[in-house]
Write a protein that binds this ligand. Structure first.
Ligand SMILES: *Cc1c(COP(=O)(O)O)cnc(C)c1O
Length: 418
């Protein structure tokens, strides 16, 4: 059983095998001391090693000019290759099934060109209600592009009356019901608002059973929850790198495409020279010849300066495993949950599922009253959380840099309200 004391929290930090990772990050300050930063679900912190890598690229550019494409320490011609092994480990994929490119919403649209190809009566998209707005806009405009009415073509699964999280069973039943009208199931792996993690394997199997593709937006799952996208038979996925992957604001995104599509040259993808076979890329000939794997969805050459933070951050992920991070994460979020249950001066509900298998690190607190005032009280005391209208505070303790003491201090600040 946990204890709600500072000494107990510090004891957990002492026993934490991953505690040294924190020193690798810049921790934002509040009145001269480390703030309690719980916004890794929005923007991960800066790894200290970014600066040197950034300087090295600037130097290589200064020294070599165009020759840097081949002579730079990390040759720009091949820059996207430097991420594949790390990303593949994080999402549970083969190296050629992933690539770092573009940004999240752009990738969603690019992948839809391959995986949303309405034909006859099979034109519907099934998604969770309350998805991140960018995803909603993407789906809405994709179906409009083919002349469909979003209210007809998009099936949204809502929580049951009076509930906040969506029953998996309702998703599976709706897929079955949609049957041969369904072209695509597109779900946010972890819902940004409630923190609910969906069973990607089950959803994928149900989608395939109905003859549809299954794709996932992993913005809030990436670097947060271990996954096995290849074994789960997921068709495609995309993510951003600036949340739990700590790669900097607007940093390069990434995609997963299962090898059964990626290695099939007849499977449609929009072309660009960087997706073309590398051997013939500079022959400047007519006729797009996709290279192997997810890399064939690339269009442009690597935006190197937008990838440096990613390279730096993935070095840290390479120094541990998702399994170890997840073990600490469950413990850290479990401790947060325990402490929140001891708070009796405030009225709120934790709307994130209580089962660790159905959530990542984030807990979402729905306030019945004073939500905004409590959020401001936290901020004034150096606790950086995240406010979502109309009345939710999201708290994401990140195993790479948050401590049990951080979590304790959040609790202490909450009970001092009023
Ligand atoms: C953060 C987030 C986005 C942001 O998209 P960008 O294209 O990177 O600006 C989109 N979708 C989801 C689900 C997100 O969590």
């Amino acid at each position: 059983m946990h204890e709600a004391t500072l000494a107990y929290a510090q004891g957990l930090d002492k026993a934490d095998k991953l505690s040294t990772f924190r020193e690798q990050f810049f921790i934002p300050k509040h009145e001269g001391r480390d703030a309690q930063y719980f916004c890794g679900n929005s923007l991960g912190l800066q790894p200290k090693c970014v600066e040197n890598l950034m300087k090295a690229e600037l130097n290589d550019w200064a020294e070599y000019g165009v020759e840097g494409h081949f002579l730079a320490k990390h040759p720009w011609f091949s820059y996207h290759h430097f991420f594949s092994e790390s990303l593949a480990r994080i999402v549970g994929a083969k190296k050629d099934e992933v690539v770092a490119m573009n940004t999240l919403t752009v990738n969603l649209h690019v992948l839809m060109q391959s995986f949303y190809r309405p034909q006859g009566k099979r034109y519907k998209i099934l998604m969770e209600a309350g998805a991140f707005p960018s995803d909603q806009y993407a789906m809405e405009t994709q179906v409009r592009m083919y002349g469909f009415d979003p209210f007809d073509a998009i099936i949204e699964i809502t929580p049951r009356e009076g509930k906040y999280i969506i029953e998996e069973e309702d998703i599976l039943n709706a897929i079955k019901e949609a049957g041969d009208t369904l072209a695509l199931v597109m779900i946010g792996g972890v819902n940004y608002y409630t923190g609910q993690f969906f069973n990607l394997q089950q959803i994928t199997a149900a989608a395939h059973e109905a003859g549809a593709y299954a794709g996932f937006d992993l913005a809030h799952a990436m670097g947060n929850i271990p996954m096995q996208l290849h074994d789960w038979d997921v068709d495609f996925a995309c993510w951003c790198s600036y949340k739990y992957l700590n790669s900097g604001p607007g940093g390069v995104g990434g995609i997963f495409v299962h090898e059964r599509h990626g290695d099939d040259p007849s499977f449609f993808r929009l072309g660009g020279w960087w997706g073309n076979d590398e051997k013939s890329r500079f022959k400047m000939q007519k006729g797009f010849v996709p290279q192997k794997g997810a890399a064939s969805w690339q269009m442009s050459n690597a935006p190197v300066f937008n990838m440096v933070g990613h390279l730096a951050s993935l070095q840290l992920f390479d120094a541990t495993t998702m399994k170890e991070l997840r073990a600490k994460s469950e413990q850290l979020t479990g401790y947060l949950e325990f402490l929140l249950q001891q708070v009796n001066n405030l009225s709120f509900t934790i709307i994130t599922p209580p089962e660790p298998a159905r959530r990542g690190c984030q807990l979402s607190l729905l306030f019945n009253e004073n939500g905004r005032k409590i959020f401001d009280h936290l901020a004034a005391n150096g606790v950086i959380a995240d406010w979502r209208e109309p009345n939710v505070i999201r708290i994401s303790p990140v195993p790479m840099y948050n401590t049990f003491e951080d979590v304790y201090k959040l609790y202490e600040t909450m009970i001092s309200f009023g």
